[in-house]
Ligand binder design. Structure first.
Ligand code: ZN
Length: 242
């Protein structure tokens, strides 16, 4: 079984199309999306349509819930709040209904999936060893998959010690060596210093997961962000992946 895991598309259609082309070239049996299909970016309805059509599992994230109006955005930073309001006004009825049908967590084939973390599937950020360990101890599946932080991570727990950390392009995780917490990174708004779109290939037969990065036409998304009247900082950050 080969599974493509991707997350945090954030309405960046060009990044999503590049990731799907890379996934199709690799050849997989299933596609799993960990949420935040919309928010920040300029093409929310198109991204929802593509994920709805392709993903075997899709979760919702905090930005999806904010765009639906079911999550209070007062905790959002200014640009995120402005983008959530912009998205709320543009989401189509079908896209809205589909997002509203999603859960922020799921279980499948030896994996537990969360948009954010097992402790709080909507809001918690797994960005420290302490939170990664707490997440592994709060679950039992061999694989724990999270998104939300936009930082690719791979941490292994053998029952005694935690190893691993940041997972730049081409990092491989040996899946038979303990339980793993994996974050594929972000498709549409990477924040780990690599501006390329991110996804994760889980290959159960080979016993490994591989972190993949894919270039996409960043300037096209930046132009669309500016033309949409979304905050300019949301375009600028895509150049550097921060
Ligand atoms: Zn996100």
């Amino acid at each position: 079984m080969r599974i493509a895991v991707f997350s945090d598309i954030h309405a960046n259609l060009h990044a999503l199309e590049a990731v799907l082309a890379s996934i199709d070239a690799a050849g997989v049996d299933e596609l799993w999306c960990l949420g935040d299909t919309v928010g920040y970016g300029p093409r929310p309805n198109e991204c929802v349509d593509v994920v709805r059509g392709r993903a075997d599992i899709a979760l919702c994230g905090n930005h999806d819930l904010a765009a639906l109006g079911t999550l209070d955005t007062t905790d959002f930073a200014g640009d995120a709040r402005a983008a959530a309001r912009w998205t709320q006004e543009r989401l189509g009825p079908e896209q809205r209904d589909w997002l509203a049908s999603l859960s922020p967590l799921a279980t499948r084939d030896g994996a537990e999936l969360f948009h954010a973390s097992p402790r709080d599937p909507v809001w918690d950020y797994v960005l420290s060893e302490e939170v990664a360990l707490a997440s592994l101890l709060a679950t039992t599946a061999p694989l724990v998959l999270v998104g939300h932080s936009h930082v690719a991570l791979g941490l292994a727990w053998d029952g005694e010690s935690l190893t691993g950390g940041l997972a730049p392009a081409d990092t491989e995780a040996a899946l038979d060596e303990g339980r793993w917490l994996l974050n594929p990174g972000s498709v549409g708004q990477p924040r780990d210093g690599d501006p390329r779109a991110a996804w994760l290939l889980i290959d159960h037969e080979a016993g490994r997961a591989t972190f993949v990065r894919v270039p996409y036409p960043v300037a096209q998304t930046q132009t669309e962000i500016r033309e949409a009247g979304l905050p300019a900082a949301l375009a600028a950050r895509l150049t550097h992946g921060i």
